[in-house]
Design a protein around this ligand. Structure first.
Ligand code: ATR
Length: 278
């Protein structure tokens, strides 16, 4: 039996076991995917002894992604840019690492809004944390000509713009609404709108009717931002698909089958969100 894991601290909230268990059952694979809580001080020892523990690989989440980047052999250019690894696997006795967040963000839009990257003359991205960095990387890869990056703490937007170069322009948070005029795409990467957080309270009236709005928050599935966009008749894509798609490459590496992000899988995770209430 092949065993994979998700490691974090804490880890009880992770929905990854639900996703991978669904795929294991669907493919009829004799395997397992387990939550493992490991304190930061014990993480290097945990990854050094994966093979002895009987693991073929696994996912890494908060707070270990940067340490996993340092400990694994990383060929993946995304992980190298983000300095963070969320997927580990053994090749022989070599521990390899990659980051699948960019791929998850892009694959979600590819599946839910076909042709979304046909025209990306102007994109507005809200937020400048770790998630924003992955989103910017993906948008630049798909040819976005100009990305206007608004963040409450302007210096963080400036730092990301500096990292990615002249196509990314930092904005003061107060100018985000004005920046939406003529934008093809609006992406929220802040935690605003997440259950327990204040809503993202911006007017979307500057967005063209053809604009697409997406949120990386997925609890609730329809955030106040997406509800507002939908009421204006704009196309929207929720954030759940990013979570599901970023899981695909790991499963394929550990278990040898490329799984599908299906409506049945979405329904399973949605039912869990409803049950847990968060
Ligand atoms: P992640 O890695 O998930 O992106 P993060 O690095 O903590 O998490 O970033 C959270 C983002 O949400 C940041 O852009 C943060 O803005 P700051 O850089 O100013 O902290 C944004 N954010 C969180 N709460 C916010 C609020 N009340 N208003 C505006 N932005 C907020």
């Amino acid at each position: 039996m092949k065993r994979a894991f998700v490691v974090g601290y804490p880890i009880s909230h992770s929905r990854s076991p639900l996703i991978h268990s669904f795929w294991l059952a669907e493919a009829g694979i004799d395997g397992s995917y387990e939550r493992v809580a490991v304190e930061p001080a014990a993480f290097p020892e945990f990854v050094r002894t994966l093979e002895q523990q009987g693991f073929v690989g696994g996912n890494v989440t908060v707070p270990h992604k940067e340490e996993a980047f340092r400990l694994a052999l990383v060929d993946d250019p995304v992980a190298r840019d983000l300095h963070a690894v969320n997927t580990l696997w053994l090749e022989g006795d070599v521990l390899k690492g990659a980051n699948t967040d960019v791929m998850g963000f892009l694959a979600n839009l590819d599946q839910e809004a076909k042709g979304w990257d046909g025209r990306l003359d102007r994109v507005v991205v809200l937020g400048a944390g770790g998630a924003s960095r992955a989103v910017l990387y993906g948008l630049l890869q798909r040819g976005a000509a100009e990305i206007l990056l608004a963040n409450r703490t302007f210096e963080r937007a400036q730092a990301l713009a500096h990292h990615f170069g002249p196509r990314v322009k930092p904005l003061a948070w107060e100018t985000a609404e004005a920046a939406m005029v003529g934008a093809d795409l609006l992406v929220n990467t802040t935690s605003l709108g997440m259950k327990g957080q204040p809503p993202l309270d911006l007017s979307l009236s500057g967005l063209p009717r053809t604009a697409l709005v997406t949120d990386i928050v997925y609890v609730p599935l329809e955030t106040p931002l997406l509800a507002k966009a939908r009421a204006l008749g704009l196309r929207t894509v929720d954030g759940l698909g990013m979570l599901l798609h970023q899981a695909v490459p790991g499963f394929e590496r550990w278990f040898g089958v490329k799984p599908l992000v299906s409506s049945q899988l979405r329904a399973l995770i949605l039912a869990d969100i409803e049950k847990q209430g968060t």
